[in-house]
Write a protein that binds this ligand. Structure first.
Ligand code: NI
Length: 192
């Protein structure tokens, strides 16, 4: 992914979230707003277990879309997420961050397991069939596009938002990681 792109996608994402936030201000539309980002999914984790969004309900958690061949944004973000979880201290012990693979063709459960070994163990890798991943992407209003590269290979453009989801799988906020992990952790802490 080109470096400027994640920022653009982040801005587009925020615009989408902004719309959701405005809708949430109208009491009658509240149900629509809370259900407009997120939603049901069925995917496979890095250990080959079939999981759904219900497996992560009951506690605030993070959701991030990406792929293991991502040259910079994904590894940087996963590292930052790990730093934030670390900064939460004991209170963050059971907080999960879901890394949903937007490149299921290459990101098998085994590939995710190997890749995520370099990051915080609270980051859960999720993948599935192209249809299952597409359903999750759609549910979270994420943007994903496969882009051919000059060498005949391909890369994936994708939304780089870190979604904060509450214990009832409702979207709360996009976690801003452009600050010290302690600051992001302090904000997250209030939602736990
Ligand atoms: Ni990426």
């Amino acid at each position: 992914m080109r470096r400027a792109l994640p920022l653009i996608l982040f801005a587009i994402g925020l615009a989408v979230m902004g719309i959701a936030a405005v809708v949430a201000l109208t009491p009658k539309a509240n149900v629509v707003a809370t259900s407009s980002v997120g939603g049901p999914f069925t995917l496979t984790d890095q250990d080959g277990r079939r999981v759904t969004e219900r497996d992560f309900a009951g506690r605030t958690h993070l959701v991030f879309f990406g792929f293991t061949h991502c040259p910079d944004v994904c590894p940087t973000t996963l590292q930052q997420i790990g730093d934030v979880l670390q900064a939460l201290g004991p209170k963050g012990r059971d907080v999960k961050a879901l890394f949903i693979a937007v490149d299921p063709e290459r990101d098998t459960p085994a590939a995710l397991k190997t890749y995520l070994a370099s990051f915080d163990p609270r980051i859960v890798g999720l993948t599935g069939t192209p249809e299952e991943v597409a359903a999750a992407v759609k549910g979270y209003r994420a943007y994903v596009r496969k882009v051919p590269t000059k060498d005949g290979d391909y890369t994936m453009e994708h939304t780089a938002l870190v979604y904060v989801m509450d214990g009832q799988n409702r979207f709360v906020n996009a976690l801003n990681l452009a600050r010290p992990p302690e600051a992001a952790a302090a904000e997250l802490d209030k939602m736990l």
